[in-house]
Design a protein around this ligand. Structure first.
Ligand code: HEM
Length: 180
């Protein structure tokens, strides 16, 4: 994954639990990169999973909650570095479609080695939208968190759930977003 994700994960952990806790994680993780992340680098996905696993053990939270919280927190950070034109979308559903058809496409053009999820939109009504989240990284809980961060940004209230989830034994992950 791109360094930006790791750099922001570092910021997120330090904001929550301080830099000593981050150092403690790095000491135990024994990562190939040694945890020295730069935004321009690219690092093994496994490093993120190792770090999340350590947070889960030390803070007694689930991996699901950890990924969700990071996703919710990181939205504003992604937004701040989004390509020109990405700041014009004011509605959660409109924004989600823009992520698939425009924002992540531009991100990929600028960083050809970025690994981005694909969203296949399945249904939409004025209050409900569902999409198939497709990614070999299986970060659907992180994705749910980002949708919450997005809704906070647009000032809309949403419920996010999964009607199907690979982590629950289903064939795919389907994220349901409902405006409430
Ligand atoms: C605000 C504009 C956004 C920008 C600039 C952006 C950019 C990025 C970048 C740079 C990555 C890392 C790619 C890599 O490591 O190779 C990423 C990953 C990801 N993005 Fe976005 N993103 C945005 C919005 C969103 C939104 C709203 C969602 C949720 C629906 C989303 C879902 C994801 C997920 C789940 C990943 C993790 C990779 C994976 O699942 O395979 N992004 N994005």
């Amino acid at each position: 994954m791109k360094g930006i994700v790791f750099v922001k994960f570092n910021d997120f952990i330090e904001e929550l639990w301080g830099d000593e806790f981050w150092d403690e994680l790095l000491d135990e993780a024994e990562l190939p990169s040694e945890g020295i992340y730069t935004t321009v680098g690219t690092y093994d996905d496994q490093e993120l999973f190792t770090l999340i696993g350590l947070v889960v053990d030390k803070k007694n939270i689930s991996a699901k909650d950890a990924q969700f919280a990071f996703g919710k927190w990181v939205f504003k950070e992604l937004y701040n570095l989004a390509p020109p034109g990405a700041h014009d979308f004011k509605d959660v559903f409109e924004f989600l479609r823009a992520v698939q058809y425009f924002i992540h496409v531009e991100v990929k053009k600028l960083n050809p080695d970025a690994l981005l999820p694909e969203f296949e939109f399945l249904s939409e009504t004025p209050n409900q939208l569902s999409f198939h989240y497709q990614s070999p990284r299986k970060l659907c809980y992180f994705c749910e968190g980002i949708v919450h961060g997005l809704a906070e940004h647009t000032g809309q209230e949403v419920k996010v759930s999964q009607s199907e989830c690979e982590h629950e034994g289903d064939q795919r992950c389907v994220i349901e977003v409902e405006k409430v």
